[in-house]
Design a protein around this ligand. Structure first.
Ligand SMILES: [Ca+2]
Ligand SMILES: [Ca+2]
Ligand SMILES: [Ca+2]
Ligand SMILES: [Ca+2]
Length: 582
């Protein structure tokens, strides 16, 4: 029958299935493979989704429930590569679809689940054919409502557009991303009649949760990852646990450029760049550039870069912001965050002053200090005209690099966990942010945020940490758990700390690495790993077995007793106890 009633009677084409689903409202299950649109003819071919069509990819063609899918093993690709000839670096795109998917009709809300959308190239001459290579949302009069949910391991990748939104664009439309990736898309920065900018996305409203924007580029335009441009949204765009990494803008906002109000929570902005391409005055806001209020809470903003040759580097009055920049035009309200390693390139060298980390300006709606309870590299305070800080107050730290360097765990694998007590339990802003985007999916939006960026417990210890990561005190290699490797690092630094060098193992900050620090580390042994075997302390492996041996030798019943004993040892006793390990 080929009416989609069973896998054996699957539709012959995806377009036939969509036509029926528009009427029936049934979800469409799609077997792994690559699907290309065939209508309308030529490069206008697109999968047109209206009403509330829901597409689910990632099936192998045997499942009875969506939960049985293995999405990663059954990649389900909607492709604009109509001539089957695409090559890397956007090669052979002149014959591709202008839009792989087109979402029509203002009232619809489409679901794209477990799908990859790639190869769209919006380089046409019609106004709408130069925006939204992967997904075009038709909506010229809407109210910035969410018109498409892109979720569950979906990917928008390798799409391009001339004027706006390489991967996805909608003039007055919103989109929601959950557990999805927008990567390697490009906007060419040609002037657009409707909207402009956004290497990955150009939207009027964005809600994104546990998603990643990677390596998107806006050539000569603003918003390498995302441009949030026009908009009639009532609520601020809301991004929770979202990563922006290595996006590039040829104007302002390497990661994000926003004109609509924005809230960033638990987010990482890392290694994004804002250049000053031909025609652009200057690159501002390597991580983010805003023209209106951005509320930045528990975010890590690291190693972003802005190219700018027209600045007064040590003044907060000048908008440059290698990390984030909201000066003059846009206020930023920053809490519980870490700004470190951001730079401004003036053409004559790299600058690392606090204005290279962040520039903020108190907007009309911000009554409090715009920056508090945060670590800002090279922070030296600010006085005088235009200075946004009512100083001295709050825990803005960073003037002492030895004490306050967060010592990111391993930026080569995008692991920006801090490894210092300076950032731990010190983001005292009254409370943990609310779970506004429902990270744990329990429909409770007012509870405390349950997870940090890597989805371990958001609260470890008495107060929330600064930045996007909650640190297990003693996790000295920053891999999220405490084990023998961390004890090894601690022992390597045994004794008095060198005041000129960050002292990793000094967990209580008394200038010594000693038994007290080992006690702290062992007391946190379960942190970050809830598995049964670790809950009662060390269990297996070389250090684990040593500690188990020590427990039985000393006839301790409780792991806590062992810790107490270790803390009580003097140095020679400590070395003797740990000798079997060394
Ligand atoms: Ca092609
Ligand atoms: Ca929740
Ligand atoms: Ca570790
Ligand atoms: Ca110590």
């Amino acid at each position: 029958m080929n009416d989609g009633s069973s896998w054996g009677d699957a539709y012959i084409t995806l377009e036939l299935a969509i036509a029926d689903a528009v009427v029936s409202g049934e979800p469409i299950w799609i077997r792994g493979g690559t699907y290309r649109p065939t209508t309308p003819s030529g490069r206008g071919a697109t999968f047109e989704l209206t009403a509330d069509v829901r597409l689910y990819g990632g099936f192998d063609g045997t499942e009875q429930f969506t939960s049985e899918r293995d999405i990663a093993s059954n990649p389900t690709i909607l492709s604009g590569d109509l001539a089957w000839n695409d090559t890397g670096a956007f090669g052979n795109r002149g014959d591709n679809s202008y839009h792989v998917v087109t979402i029509g009709e203002v009232e619809s809300r489409v679901v794209l689940n477990g799908l990859t959308i790639r190869g769209g190239n919006a380089d046409g001459t019609a106004d709408l054919d130069e925006i939204g290579g992967g997904v075009l949302i038709l909506d010229s009069t809407g109210t910035s409502e969410i018109r498409v949910q892109i979720e569950e391991q979906s990917r928008l990748e390798d799409n391009s557009a001339d004027a706006a939104g390489g991967a996805i664009a909608g003039e007055y439309a919103g989109a929601e991303f959950r557990d999805s990736v927008v990567a390697d898309n490009r906007c060419r920065g040609e002037s657009g009649t409707i909207i402009e900018g956004g290497g990955g996305a150009n939207l009027a409203y964005l809600r994104a949760t546990q998603s990643r924007f990677l390596r998107n580029e806006c050539v000569g335009c603003s918003g390498g990852g995302v441009a949030l441009d026009l908009g009639l949204a009532v609520d601020p765009s809301s991004l929770v646990s979202v990563e922006f990494i290595e996006n590039i803008a040829g104007d302002t906002g390497g990661g994000i450029y926003h004109v609509v109000e924005l809230e960033l929570t638990n987010c990482l902005l890392a290694r994004n760049e804002a250049h000053a391409d031909a025609g652009a005055a200057s690159g501002r806001g390597g991580g983010l550039f805003g023209k209106t209020l951005a509320t930045i809470t528990n975010c890590t903003v690291a190693e972003n870069l802005a190219f700018n040759d027209e600045l007064d580097l040590n003044s907060f009055q000048v908008g440059i912001g290698g990390g984030t920049d909201g000066a003059f035009e846009g206020a930023q309200f920053i809490r519980n965050s870490v700004y470190w390693g951001n730079r401004v390139d003036t053409g004559s060298g790299l600058h690392d002053g606090h204005a290279a980390q962040v520039t903020v300006h108190p907007g009309g709606t911000v009554a409090l200090s715009p920056l508090a309870y945060s670590t800002v590299e090279n922070y030296i305070g600010c006085t005088g005209f235009g200075c946004p800080f009512p100083l001295p107050d709050y825990a803005n730290i960073g003037d002492d690099l030895v004490l306050h360097d967060p010592l990111f765990a391993d930026s080569t694998i995008d692991n920006y966990r801090h490894r210092r007590i300076a950032q731990t339990d010190s983001a005292d802003d009254g409370s943990i942010p609310e779970d506004v985007n429902d990270l744990d999916g329990d429909a409770d939006l007012t509870e405390d945020l349950p997870f940090d960026l890597p989805r371990s417990a958001r609260l470890k210890g008495g107060a929330v940490d600064m930045g996007a990561y909650e640190w297990c005190v003693g996790d000295l290699d920053g891999d999220g758990i405490i084990d023998g490797a961390d004890l090894g690092i601690l022992l390597t630094g045994w004794g008095e700390c060198d005041p000129e060098v960050p002292c990793l193992g000094d967990l209580d900050g008394d200038g010594m690495v000693d038994g007290s620090d080992i006690g702290t580390q062992l007391a946190n042994w379960d942190c970050g790993d809830e598995s049964e075997s670790r809950m009662s302390g060390p269990g297996s492996g070389s250090i684990e077995s040593l500690l188990a041996d020590l427990m039985s030798e000393q006839a301790f019943e409780e792991f806590a007793e062992l810790i107490e004993w270790i803390e009580s040892l003097d140095e020679s006793e400590m070395w003797e106890a740990l000798a079997p390990l060394l």
